[in-house]
Ligand binder design. Structure first.
Ligand code: NAG
Ligand code: NAG
Length: 470
């Protein structure tokens, strides 16, 4: 199945790119991928992070696995925390896109664009794009998103053939957030594996677990202190109305020949997201992309990064602490998998696949101490943040994944982290790609002994009443 499907896909892709190349060379001559595609924050395609996949979606690079070569290591367990794949916009953004498209249609009809270039651009948008998003699409997984997860599953099976194998099928564990796009993603992952094994009918065996995958909405300290607290996201608001964003708005208005007070920062962002959605859903280079140059895109990316940083990451410590249940779950699973066993005991689960959101991954990555820059990003320091590590376009694109690989080695179990299929090192243990598991545990000792969800999330009130309406 696998070997038959791929060439077909490849041909289709080739035909599509040819068509796209024709379309674009007939107008503004451009390559297929928008020049701003790597700056879409959480709306970035996985391929922008791993461009080799544009040529071959099944390409597996086994040299990312780096246990010490002289210790005869073999992988014994994989825990994968995975974000859902490409999806439709949510209702909020669909409404903004609607507003933007009406504004542009009115302007084009008035024919009052300031310059010839602006008139051409309005024409280009009018003739090549039509509003096709409807509110019922609300954040659901798209076809491309199913493919993201199917192909990821196949690549991981290629990387860990002894773990994600057909004979282990019933010993793999799958857990997911209850959101439609996540359930569809965990299904697609299982399809990817079972199609690889030549099964005609896919058997699904996942559990929905929001306590684990949507911990953020159950943590009162987080919801009240950050999510519903305007002051907690002050930097984002300031930047949204600050001089860099103002510049992007002015340039976009000029390119369209609009008076610039017609555009709000939300409409500017809607156009940017529209470019991202047309690419991630339909693989199209949309004319909306011409409204931004690379510097504009960097400003808009920074705006998204600010939001994620202050809402989901290092900006407020409660955001990372809200992921304590997931942190403990992962380490309990690793403990079990690494424990010495008598030969009569059942072997532990070879893999645990956990599917959630960017909002699931970012707090956990932050709790582990990853992507923490010395200077926090703020509304005022955009110009000193070019080299920052915290770039959501790189960290949490669609289908982003955090892999914990446990090896059995001569000196004991070792653990390696991979982020989006590339090696990453544990903060504090930077000398080694795959340190001894006991050293990793020692590094996170305080969290392993503490990090109590109820204590952290309920704070001084000490209550632990149900908090599920949020
Ligand atoms: C494979 O992975 C290794 C280790 O991360 C990296 O150095 C190398 O560039 C990768 N090769 C390809 C073709 O991506
Ligand atoms: C809201 O956020 C600010 C800034 O982080 C903080 O000082 C304040 O205590 C928060 N308010 C609540 C109700 O948690």
């Amino acid at each position: 199945m696998f070997s038959v499907l791929l060439p077909t896909n490849g041909l289709l892709m080739a035909a599509l790119s040819l068509l796209l190349a024709r379309l674009s060379s007939s107008s503004l001559s451009v390559p297929d991928i928008p020049h701003i595609a790597a700056y879409f924050g959480t709306k970035t395609r996985y391929e922008e992070v791993n461009p080799q996949l544009l040529r071959d979606l099944s390409s597996v690079n086994a040299s990312v696995l780096k246990p010490p070569p002289n210790e005869r290591c073999s992988p014994v367990h994989l825990t994968a925390v995975i974000r859902h794949g490409s999806r439709y916009p949510t209702v909020k953004n669909i409404r903004r896109i609607q507003k933007l498209s009406e504004l542009v249609r009115r302007e084009a009809a008035r024919g009052s664009a300031g310059s010839e270039a602006a008139e051409d651009l309005l024409q280009e948008i009018q003739s090549r794009w039509e509003m096709w998003y409807t509110e019922d699409m609300d954040g659901q997984l798209v076809m491309k998103g199913r493919d993201d997860l199917r192909h990821l599953a196949r690549r991981l099976a290629g990387l860990f053939p002894s773990l994600l194998s057909e004979e282990n099928m019933r010993r793999l564990s799958f857990r997911t957030s209850s959101k439609h796009r996540c359930v569809s993603s965990v299904e697609a992952f299982q399809e990817g594996l079972q199609q690889l094994w030549g099964h005609d009918e896919v058997e699904y065996s996942h559990e929905v677990d929001d306590e684990l995958m949507r911990f953020f909405e159950r943590c009162r300290g987080y919801v009240e202190g950050v999510e519903n607290n305007r002051t907690a996201l002050l930097e984002v608001e300031k930047f949204k109305h600050g001089e860099e964003m103002e510049g992007v708005r002015r340039r976009m208005a000029e390119r369209l020949g609009l008076p610039h007070h017609h555009l709000t920062p939300d409409l500017v962002e809607a156009a940017f997201f529209l470019c991202s959605y047309e690419l991630s859903i339909k693989s199209l280079h949309s004319p909306w992309c011409f409204l931004f140059d690379e510097n504009d895109a960097k400003v808009l990316e920074y705006k998204s990064d600010l939001k994620q940083y202050w809402k989901r990451s290092h900006g407020h410590v409660i955001s990372s602490l809200s992921s304590c249940p997931l942190f403990h779950h992962v380490f309990r699973t690793l403990d079990k998998a690494g424990r010495p066993r008598r030969s009569t005991e059942a072997s532990p689960e070879p893999a645990s696949i956990l599917v959630g959101h960017a909002e699931t991954l970012l707090p956990l990555l932050s709790l582990l101490g990853l992507y923490k820059d010395q200077t926090p990003p703020t509304a005022n320091n955009y110009h000193s943040q070019h080299g920052r590590r915290f770039r959501t376009s790189r960290i949490v694109p669609y289908a982003a994944n955090l892999l914990f690989v446990l090896y059995d080695c001569q000196r004991g179990p070792r653990l390696q982290l991979l982020i989006n299929e590339s090696p990453a090192r544990f903060p504090g243990l930077e000398e080694e790609d795959a340190p001894l598991y006991r050293d990793v545990r020692a590094t996170y000792r305080n969290l392993l002994d503490g990090c109590d969800f109820h204590r952290e999330c309920e704070g001084r009130t000490g209550g632990r009443g149900p908090n599920t309406e949020l």
